[in-house]
Design a protein around this ligand. Structure first.
Ligand code: SF4
Length: 347
């Protein structure tokens, strides 16, 4: 088995020579489309049994499940598992990973917003992205370490991985410039090639295919759960992704007011704007205007969110770990004083 992809690049030969094909599923529409294209190729190559699916969970930062009109609509994590099943992957080959850390001798979830509160900075575009790498890529990478040991022994060389992502050329200039595949890791233990099967597929084509196949998609895409109009969020990412467009953010603020308030608290205490062009405080104010998009549904936050809320408050009681250069000019406290847990107006 060669460790280098064949030239000119043939997807079937490429798939046939990988020890593992890992389809990353976020619960969004693009990962599912890319996953189905990768599965077709894996089947043609006769290696469908080497395909795994992975969901790197961002916990309460992801779109959660909602119940509306007596109907329960699944969370992003639940939908990722459903998508895996729809692709024909057996449950034992679907993995969900989530970042944790040890607190007082106990392993506990570690959330992106807690990290942001501790660090005192937001993961903006154009700077070292502090979210996708440690919270997604590295988590999935780590989940396959045990496979690497076995595969290396069996192959007598590095384990060869295809890492399937749902990125598409239409989404941004940066993504347009990416090739169908590129090598992202090359060492004696493992070789990882990023593979973008849906790179040339348009958004309209993704939706046409999803609907024609009758596949489930996340409620956040609709104006309200079950509307089936795709008039909600344009992406199914972290609900309050710092890189999202303003309309998506206004919808997120309307749909998850407690999460928006928590982001605003971090922004206010750390004095670092949530986004390079708009603050969370401004988004909250704009979401209350008459011309703001109708949220369609308001999420009732769960116990996992409330734990994150406590962790964020705790983090804000300490000085930031990082000196951000992007300060909001307005004066305010650099740390959250104790006693304001239930009373944000004390800030
Ligand atoms: S959705 Fe946005 S905030 Fe969340 S991990 Fe991705 S880039 Fe970072």
């Amino acid at each position: 088995m060669s460790s280098h992809p064949p030239t000119p690049w043939d997807p079937i030969e490429f798939a046939a020579t990988r020890h593992r094909i890992v389809i990353n599923l976020s619960g969004g529409k693009d990962g599912l489309r890319a996953g189905a294209m990768a599965m077709d190729i894996a089947r043609q190559a006769g290696v469908a049994d080497r395909v795994w699916t992975a969901h790197a969970s961002l916990g309460p930062m992801e779109w959660p499940a909602v119940t509306d009109g007596g109907v329960r609509w699944p969370s992003a994590s639940e939908l990722a598992a459903q998508h895996s099943q729809a692709l024909g992957i057996p449950p034992e080959r679907h993995i969900e990973v989530r970042r944790t850390r040890e607190v007082d001798g106990e392993r506990r979830p570690f959330d992106l917003l807690t990290f942001i509160a501790e660090r005192g900075d937001w993961p903006w575009l154009g700077r070292a992205r502090t979210c996708t790498g440690p919270w997604k890529t590295r988590m999935v990478y780590g989940a396959f370490t045990a496979h690497v040991r076995t595969l290396r022994r069996e192959a007598g060389g590095p384990a060869l991985f295809a890492n399937v992502l749902g990125l598409r050329a239409e989404e941004s200039r940066d993504r347009r410039n990416r090739g169908m595949w590129r090598r992202t890791t090359d060492n004696s233990a493992r070789v990882v090639d990023e593979w973008l099967p849906a790179h040339q597929v348009t958004t309209d084509e993704v939706w046409e295919w999803t609907l024609a196949e009758g596949l489930p998609y996340h409620w956040c895409y609709d104006s309200y759960p079950g509307a089936q109009d795709r008039a909600g969020s344009s992406r199914c990412s972290c609900s309050t992704c710092t890189l999202a467009n303003h309309r998506d953010l206004l919808l997120a603020v309307g749909r998850r007011p407690r999460l928006a308030e928590l982001c605003a608290l971090v922004e206010r205490v750390r004095r670092v704007p949530f986004n390079p062009t708009v603050t969370m405080a401004e988004l909250i104010e704009r979401s209350r205007r008459r011309d703001a998009p109708d949220p369609g549904v308001i999420v009732e936050e769960n116990a996992d969110f409330e734990r994150m809320e406590r962790d964020v408050h705790e983090a804000l009681r300490k000085p930031p770990a990082w000196e951000s250069r992007a300060r909001i000019d307005a004066p305010g406290p650099a740390i959250l004083t104790t006693g304001c847990d239930g009373c944000p107006s004390t800030m």
